[in-house]
Design a protein. Structure first.
Length: 626
């Protein structure tokens, strides 16, 4: 039975061997010039019950290693990795949370999405917040928390389903020394309760350095040391490098590997066999003489492999634990606290329908709480409607103002398009980071999120478009026919949904900076196609007609013209001797749309809407799962 226990314990460890990570180097967007190796054949292990740190100078590959072993990055990663992915979570350097939700609401959201049995949800939330010293901030929104509090909140949200493995990227980044030390003490306490905690850190202070049970030092994508912090100085002595007195070992080893363009890196990497050897300090106190000291390094600090607990790909290597947990289950259980036992829940997959309902409720709540954004958008649509109404005031029934009627239809469509495209481009990229983190940590799958996002934005779209279209329609003096007004509003809403889908697709693919360039760049030719050829419509070639059907702006303008002047509209007023376009049918024939069905235009808009929505889903999936 002993080997079985060891294997069970081993499943909570993280082990990797011969790990490579490379990225493509590009001269430009289209031309790949080669590959750059970030990690080169790394091996190592992070043990259950320990707080482990990945250290190294800037550009050493710390975050790349963490992303590779956690699965946060998969493209360009090769090698053997052994860990229970479903029992792990990843906490990014920047603490991205759902905006406008309080700490307690975020905790309830995590419970609703992670736990099938939520009878003791309130008690669980209270216990976690109490243990992480966040109870006094439970009614504060996440964006108003301090840096240390946001980091503790990120940990609290993942503690709901009690994962055994935590990955944290730079948890002390942006924190002062006292807050950083408190954060590391918290992580150390969580590790002692029976978790595997791995974090990256650039150059810890001497106080923080001593909290780590194991360190993994990287330089130029190679492992230059792995083992106990207490064994760092003896290890350097083995390489004939003496750490000066009153000098922090963490500062010294990083300065060594970063100096002289890293000429010491190959030698130190060879001493660790690029991560296959782990140095420990359990017998450091018995070393006295210089000769005994050197022998102790080679015979005691480098442990031999424990073959009975290693996975097949580690057979014959020298990867091992540092010996502190070899007491087995008894030592492990002694360290477990009552808090951890109360936290244990059997994680069961939540149905997609339940995920959709929870996410839908949260998204609607966020929309309602964004009062300033709602006010600005409502003011914008009302003001634009008033401007359009004043410009075209009571001109809607004037037969001599044909070109004004075209300007009215084109202007209304362009206002809707530009507004609905740019808002998601500027706001949605920030949400993508939250979605990537939460889907990676298995809060929900992408399909329920996508559906909840689509349906939650629909009521606001309807309200804003009815506001703009109603003010515009009635002030411009269009026919007092409710059915025509409904068709007019429906056209505006369809254009709005297509434009929003395009904006979301761009926002899901690009950053705010790049999206702000890509959005107008795509809109410009679509607008050009929208106004092309109205004065010589019958002479437009078949190829150009086909191309214009790909411009939803053009399709929207045609649909708007049909809504305003189609459906057997009565003759317009004429104050002059002769009005050529007083009969709406003449106008429709002049524009070569008299035989066009508005249902056909709705069909084209629906197809383009689905195209952009599918494109958005594909972009989201690529961002979240690669």
């Amino acid at each position: 039975m002993e080997p079985t226990k060891n294997l069970m314990k081993q499943s909570k460890d993280v082990e990797f061997q011969d790990l490579y990570y490379s990225v493509k180097e590009r001269k430009n967007f289209f031309r790949v010039t080669g590959q750059r190796n970030i990690l080169t054949g790394l091996s190592g292990s992070f043990r259950n019950g320990q707080l482990s740190a990945i250290m190294g100078p800037s550009g050493a590959g710390k975050s790349s290693l963490l992303n590779a072993i956690s699965g946060f990055r998969t493209n360009g990663v090769n090698g053997s990795i052994k860990m229970n992915r479903r029992d792990a979570c990843y906490i990014t350097q920047d603490d991205h949370h759902q905006t406008l939700l309080t700490v307690e609401e975020l905790m309830n959201l995590s419970c609703d999405l992670k736990l099938k049995d939520r009878q003791n949800k309130s008690q669980l939330v209270t216990e976690i917040l109490d243990n992480l010293n966040l109870s006094h901030r439970r009614n504060v929104t996440a964006e108003k928390l301090s840096g240390g509090e946001r980091k503790r909140l990120s940990i609290a949200l993942e503690l709901v389903d009690n994962p055994n493995i935590f990955f944290l990227d730079e948890p002390t980044s942006g924190l002062d020394e006292v807050t950083a030390a408190q954060c590391i003490r918290l992580l150390s306490a969580l590790a002692k309760e029976g978790r595997t905690i791995v974090c990256t850190i650039h150059q810890p202070s001497a106080t923080i350095f001593n909290y780590f049970d194991s360190i993994y030092v990287l330089a130029k994508g190679q492992c230059v040391y792995q083992g106990s912090p207490r064994a760092t100085i003896p290890f350097l002595h083995l390489a004939n490098l003496d750490c000066p007195r009153h000098y922090s070992p963490s500062d010294y080893i990083i300065e060594l590997v970063d100096a002289d363009e890293g000429r010491l890196v190959p030698m130190l990497s060879e001493l660790t066999d690029n991560g296959k050897l782990i140095y420990t300090a359990k017998q450091l106190d018995i070393v006295e003489s210089q000769l005994e000291f050197h022998q102790a390094i080679t015979t005691m600090f480098v442990e031999q492999p424990k073959r009975q607990i290693l996975p097949p790909f580690f057979t014959g290597s020298a990867a091992s634990t540092d010996g502190t947990l070899m007491g087995g289950a008894s030592a492990f259980l002694e360290q477990m606290k009552a808090f951890s036992r109360r936290l244990y829940y059997d994680r069961r997959d939540i149905s997609s329908w339940q995920q959709f309902l929870v996410l839908m409720r949260v998204m609607m709540l966020r929309i309602l709480r964004a009062r300033l954004a709602l006010t600005i958008q409502l003011f914008h649509h009302t003001l634009c409607g008033l401007f359009f109404g004043l410009i075209f005031f009571q001109l809607g029934n004037q037969g001599a103002r044909m070109f004004d009627h075209l300007k009215f239809c084109i202007g209304a469509v362009l206002m809707i398009v530009y507004t609905q495209v740019m808002v998601p481009i500027l706001s949605y990229p920030a949400d993508v980071k939250v979605v990537k983190k939460e889907t990676f940590n298995r809060w929900y799958t992408l399909t329920p999120y996508y559906l909840a996002l689509t349906f939650s934005r629909l009521p606001l779209q309807i309200i804003l478009n009815i506001t703009f279209m109603a003010v515009t329609y009635w002030m411009s003096g269009l026919p007092d026919q409710w059915w025509r007004f409904c068709i007019f509003v429906a056209v505006g809403l369809m254009i709005s949904l297509v434009a929003e889908g395009m904006g979301l697709a761009i926002g899901a693919t690009f950053s705010i900076t790049n999206g702000s360039v890509v959005g107008p760049m795509i809109i410009a030719p679509l607008m050009g196609l929208a106004v092309y050829g109205f004065d010589f419509a019958p002479q437009i070639s078949t190829g150009m007609n086909l191309l214009m059907k790909f411009s939803y702006v053009r399709v929207g303008v045609v649909a708007m013209v049909l809504a305003v002047f189609g459906f057997q509209r009565e003759e317009l007023d004429c104050d002059e001797i002769y009005c050529h376009f007083s009969d709406p049918r003449v106008l429709l024939k002049f524009l070569d749309v008299e035989k066009v069905s508005i249902l056909h235009q709705f069909g084209l808009l629906a197809m383009l809407m689905f195209f952009f929505r599918i494109l958005m889903y594909i972009s989201l999936r690529k961002r979240c799962y690669t």
